[in-house]
Design a protein around this ligand. Structure first.
Ligand code: TRP
Length: 488
């Protein structure tokens, strides 16, 4: 294209946008729980080592291929002099990964909007009555509502991305990321000042090496890729808008550092409060949308803190979703010569349609689980079988039969979980592995030049970086695969 390619306005603009991409749902609903689960501070040490030895080097690879090529991922590799076959990394990243991850990410993004509103209207009463579980299930069962919120969320993301790199994405991140940080601090202060908060910190950080199993280390690896937004071309795309003068290693280090800091901080906002209020911590959807409303409902001014928490989650989700949409949009602009606004519209609509499908598949699962609770439930320590149990079961079996006819599942999972699994366990590591092989073994000289700005920037860790890209990262990723295949 003959026009001047857009660029980030400033170094901080880039760092905040890259951190915005990295800091997402993964930091807030997954990382803290993994820490608690796999040995507290022991897990944190392993995670830090993985981020330093694998995450940061791979992020630098993505950024350097992006910046050197000034292209979207699907032709970045050939345009920096690689065999065009390597472009397959870019195609895979955008078509399969970007779309798929974003299609379910925006569903959850929609939930955060719903919960922000509900926090201020009736959620606290429902949660105080111990009914946040059925409330959530009920919400997921209302397809039209879930889809509507998903469209609102994605509409906002599209609006920001349509504003372009500097004017849209950078500006949004410059507002949302500091706000996110401020909210997190408020929540941490609130959480730590509750009586009984120590038990949460104990659960979160007490080092316990016996819990740090192989499974835990693998979880740390997978989490690092997801949390740092690696392997799907998002960082590559962001890198392609980075100015040549910027010191690439330190920009990458800032993004990785901020991502890790926020993940660690999230645990201090969540666990002390969960334990202080006498709840059991879980992870992901359940912790966020079922347990936490119950926790907030028990604290003074809970409505306010609940609203702040879902606002935090919303900011985290929006800035991550922007990077995934941008990867798809840069692709459409360069592949089909579309104007930015048209590219945003086309890609956004496709993703909304996919997301709609994943939202509905999940709602079905929840309706089913809701029904199971009606068949048998606990009363004191007795299990009671409902009188109309038979009728409920027959109804559900019929519904499932109809459903599996209309909505085929993938390998026995609903679309939402299948996509989530496939991306996290396979696509992200595969994209990163290929990227390391390319940079480490086929494009090492030019990469070194790119990283050091043709020797203008000092970077004393260059040798170490290359060693990580050639050996440590690929070995780490291959171990993930072998484990996923059940071979180790
Ligand atoms: N890093 C984000 C999170 O922690 C998710 C994300 C955004 C992502 N863009 C990505 C994951 C690109 C993989 C690739 O929630």
């Amino acid at each position: 294209m003959s026009e001047q390619r857009e660029q980030w306005g400033s170094r901080w603009g880039f760092v905040l946008a890259a951190a915005g991409s990295a800091i997402g749902l993964g930091n807030i609903w997954r990382f803290p729980w993994l820490v608690g689960q796999y040995g507290g501070a022991a897990f944190v040490m392993v995670y830090l080592a993985i981020v330093a030895l694998i995450g940061l080097p791979v992020m630098m690879c993505e950024l350097s291929v992006g910046r050197a090529s000034q292209r979207a991922p699907f032709k970045a590799f050939s345009s920096v002099g690689g065999n065009p076959l390597w472009n397959v990394i870019g195609w895979m990243a955008i078509i399969t990964g970007g779309f798929l991850v974003l299609s379910y990410y925006n569903v959850v993004g929609g939930w955060t909007i719903k919960y922000m509103i509900e926090s201020l209207t009736g959620l606290m009463d429902v949660a105080a009555a111990g009914e946040s579980g059925s409330f959530f299930g009920g919400f997921l069962g209302k397809n039209h509502e879930v889809v509507a919120y998903q469209v609102i969320f994605m509409g906002l993301v599209m609006l920001f991305v349509a504003g372009g790199i500097g004017g849209g994405i950078e500006r949004t991140c410059k507002i949302m990321m500091p706000a996110l940080f401020g909210i997190l601090i408020i929540l941490i202060v609130r959480s730590l000042s509750l009586p009984g908060a120590e038990a949460g910190i104990e659960f979160y950080l007490r080092p316990d090496f016996s819990k740090l199993t192989g499974e835990g280390i693998l979880a740390a690896l997978g989490q690092a890729f997801f949390s740092l937004s690696l392997g799907l071309g998002a960082m590559l795309t962001y890198g392609s808008y980075l100015k040549k003068e910027e010191h690439l290693p330190s920009a990458a280090a800032w993004a990785c550092g901020l991502d890790t800091l926020i993940a660690l901080m999230a645990g201090f906002a969540i666990f002390p409060a969960v334990f202080a209020m006498g709840f059991e911590p879980g992870a992901g959807v359940g912790l966020t949308f079922i347990t936490l409303p119950g926790v907030f409902a028990k604290m003074p001014a809970g409505m306010f803190f609940s609203f702040l928490f879902f606002l935090l989650l919303f900011f985290a989700a929006v800035t991550s979703a922007m990077s995934l949409l941008e990867a798809a949009v840069t692709f459409a602009i360069e592949k089909f010569n579309l104007k930015r606004t048209d590219a945003v519209l086309v890609m956004g609509v496709i993703i909304i349609l996919l997301g709609g499908y994943s939202a509905i598949s999940l709602s079905d699962k929840n309706v089913f689980e809701g029904a199971v609770e009606k068949v048998a439930f606990e009363e004191g320590d007795r299990l009671v079988i409902a009188e109309d149990a038979e009728k409920i079961v027959v109804e559900q079996v019929e519904r499932i039969a109809v459903r599996s006819f209309n909505h085929p599942t993938i390998l026995g999972k609903d679309f939402f979980s299948a996509v989530d699994d496939f991306c996290n366990n396979w696509l992200l590591p595969l994209g990163s592995l290929l990227l390391c092989l390319f940079v480490g073994w086929f494009w090492c000289e030019p990469a070194s030049k790119e990283v050091t700005g043709d020797g203008k920037h000092s970077f004393s860790w260059l040798g170490m970086w290359i060693f990580c890209v050639r050996f440590i990262a690929p070995v780490g990723i291959i171990v993930i695969f072998l484990n996923a295949l059940g071979l180790i």
